[in-house]
Design a protein around this ligand. Structure first.
Ligand code: PMP
Length: 451
């Protein structure tokens, strides 16, 4: 029963999280963009199991492929050749630029980034790793150090050699002060550039230069990690050109560039299959997880033959990486993305959703910013548009909870936990997102007078 489950959650499950929402939600089953609770009530899933259900809950073709593989071969580990592993590796690498053709299979985003740290250090024989403020790269004990949000880092000594510099958050700005070089008002918290248009934000790049000049020992750079849109950090998009310049600086200093595509990969951003494509850069290492397998455990690190070569003579192993059932499902996810034009749908429906949310932003004082690409959208909630002060948590949760009560599940993120994240399964339709926006509007309307 529902009560029994609540009890088990409280006593038998280790979790740093309280269940989402005021009353815990018991999800019993899912179908494409819909989730159903224990009473059979239907919810539109606008979060996709944290950006993971890419082509739809229990997508029939993916379920069928996994079921077939379950009756064929479950596991050997990668000490033997296995047709699904090889077919999948070939298909997955065909989705990347030519030079990125060697894949190492792991089981989670954290493990993928952990391996990327290892590879970058092994290849360069250096140890310093740079990541950006707001970054989330995982919760293994090494990636906890790579992750740059204090709330995720715990009060413990973390792995050494990790450095964080400012992220180009065009909306909240640098250190809460103006970040735009030629902004006329240096005392404001922000400039009014849109990420795609903001060419004046060299300050962020300047911050990166600073860390090279003043914090790092010369000649000791191993790698530079970024998401290509920051996800948990609050759907933060980087100004045009930032990543390209950063990659040049990193490579000049002997480091390799790592793109964490755990959230942004597999067509999520609509126009591009990989987020790095929108920045016009080619990373040396790409890490991927989440949407890769529609919710089954699977993750991968793809790199160049030159970097992969540095693994010769080193030891690295995991038992489950490249599991045949996950490979069969992952292969089918890639086919479904092509056959059902999932990426195009993310672009079209995502653009529509972004426009509708932008209208709400113009209507409500508490919606400070609407941003994102494809079906990776963030809505930053504030007390007022002038100060951009993050909306206090209790108000945020009121809206969030009411959306749930009206049948729409949304995600949460941001440095101040004040960003609604909309990242539904990419099979979602225009009608679905119209429904979601209607519910969101009604929830805000209900609560706006108390802000
Ligand atoms: N990188 C990014 C960008 C993520 O969002 C996450 C998970 N939210 C991870 C890495 C870690 O992935 P996992 O939880 O599968 O370990």
């Amino acid at each position: 029963s529902y009560e029994k489950m609540q009890n088990i959650w409280a006593t038998n499950i280790i979790s740093a999280f309280a269940p989402h929402f005021k009353e815990p939600l018991l999800i019993h089953d899912g179908k494409m963009q819909w989730l159903f609770d224990h009473t059979g009530r239907r919810y539109l899933d606008m979060f996709g199991g944290i950006v993971t259900v890419s082509v739809g809950h229990c997508h029939p073709k993916v379920s069928e492929a996994a079921a077939q593989q379950l009756n064929t071969l479950w596991h050997t580990t990668n000490i033997y050749l296995n047709p699904k592993l090889h077919e999948y590796a070939a298909k997955l690498t065909s989705k990347l630029p030519d030079d990125l053709k060697v894949v190492y299979f792991v089981n989670s985003g954290s493990e993928a980034n952990d391996f990327a740290v290892f590879l970058a250090r092994l290849h360069t024989k250096n140890s310093d790793i740079i990541s950006l403020r707001n970054a989330y790269h995982g919760m293994s004990y090494v990636t906890m150090a790579l992750t740059a949000q204090s709330s995720w880092r715990n009060s413990l000594p973390l792995a050494p050699g990790f450095h964080h510099t400012m992220n180009p958050d065009v909306y909240q700005g640098l250190w809460g002060g103006s970040h735009c070089r030629d902004s006329p008002v240096q005392t404001t918290r922000h400039c009014d550039c849109k990420p795609d248009e903001c060419n004046a934000c060299d300050m962020y790049y300047g911050q990166l230069e600073e860390i090279f000049k003043y914090s790092l020992r010369a000649g000791n750079l191993a790698g530079f990690f970024t998401e290509t849109i920051q996800g948990i950090g609050g759907v933060v998009q980087f100004p045009k050109g930032f990543l390209k310049k950063a990659y040049e600086l990193v490579r000049t200093n002997g480091g390799v560039c790592i793109a964490d595509e755990v959230q942004t990969g597999f067509g999520r951003t609509g126009e591009h299959f990989w987020g790095f494509e929108m920045h016009d850069v080619i990373p040396d290492i790409v890490t991927m997880a989440k949407g890769i397998c529609n919710g089954l455990p699977m993750a991968a690190v793809v790199t160049t033959p030159a970097l992969a070569q540095s693994l010769k003579g080193a030891y690295y192993f995991n038992t489950f990486g490249g599991n045949p059932v996950s490979c069969a499902a992952g292969l089918t996810v890639l086919n479904v993305i092509e056959e059902e034009k999932i990426q195009e749908n993310a672009h079209v429906v995502g653009t529509h959703l972004l426009k509708k949310l932008a209208k709400l932003r113009d209507q409500f004082e508490c919606i400070g910013d609407v941003r994102g690409k494809g079906l990776m959208i963030g809505v930053e909630m504030v007390t007022d548009k002038e100060t951009r002060t993050p909306l206090p948590s209790n108000h945020f949760v009121d809206i969030w909870d009411d959306c749930k009560n009206m049948g729409v599940l949304i995600g949460r993120g941001g440095l101040y936990h004040n960003v609604f994240r909309m990242t539904p399964p990419m099979c979602v339709t225009r009608e679905d997102v119209d429904f979601a926006v209607g519910v969101f509007e009604a929830a805000i309307q209900k609560h706006q007078k108390v802000f």
